[in-house]
Design a protein around this ligand. Structure first.
Ligand SMILES: Cc1ncc(C[n+]2csc(CCOP(=O)(O)OP(=O)(O)O)c2C)c(N)n1
Length: 164
């Protein structure tokens, strides 16, 4: 599911994971949280619960792209060091290059032992489209068809290079 109100998805994911455990279902829930979203108190309540109940069937993924809607996360309400914070909460936390598919696969397929896993993605907002990467206010950008076609062409070129 996607959520509109920042932070709500964390509580839902915790509920799904707890429900699976109570029902004896052998599956995992993956939760993606924005770094700006992590400015919401609800996120830390859910993190505390995940660690306290050792919900090892719930994988937290933090998109650490350093930007939120209208500025840099550190300027708005700096969450500090995500890895240290999640470790302090009782997670087995790791920071990976959010654009390195192999490293991501490795982190996502790691089996949680004692502690739940938190994966912090060191990422770039708008990755792959140079003009978007280089624009400070890139949460949403209005573009015409010509610009859009240029962006799509850049992405396709990069995708083809990845496959080669
Ligand atoms: C409770 C709540 N407050 C404010 C907003 C408005 N809002 C939408 S997206 C956003 C920024 C989210 O930043 P981040 O989680 O870093 O996501 P990213 O910008 O990387 O997509 C804000 C403040 C919202 N959707 N919900």
């Amino acid at each position: 599911m996607t959520t509109g109100s920042l932070g709500q998805g964390t509580s839902t994911a915790v509920g799904l994971a707890l429900g699976d455990r109570l029902q004896g279902r052998d599956c995992r829930t993956f939760l993606i949280v924005g770094d700006g979203e992590a400015e919401e108190g609800q996120v830390w309540e859910a993190a505390m619960f995940t660690a306290a109940k050792k919900l090892t069937n719930l994988v937290w993924i933090i998109d650490w792209n350093k930007k939120q809607l209208d500025g840099y996360v550190k300027d708005i309400n700096d969450p500090g060091d995500f890895q240290a914070k999640f470790e302090a909460f009782g997670f087995d936390a790791v920071t990976v290059d959010g654009h390195d598919v192999e490293k991501l696969y490795e982190a996502l397929t790691k089996k949680a032992e004692e502690k739940p896993i938190a994966i912090i993605l060191d990422s770039v907002k708008g990755k792959g489209v140079t003009a978007v990467e280089e624009t400070m206010a890139n949460h949403s950008m209005k573009v015409g068809p010509e610009v859009f076609d240029g962006w799509l062409a850049e992405l396709r070129e990069k995708q083809a290079a990845m496959k080669a």
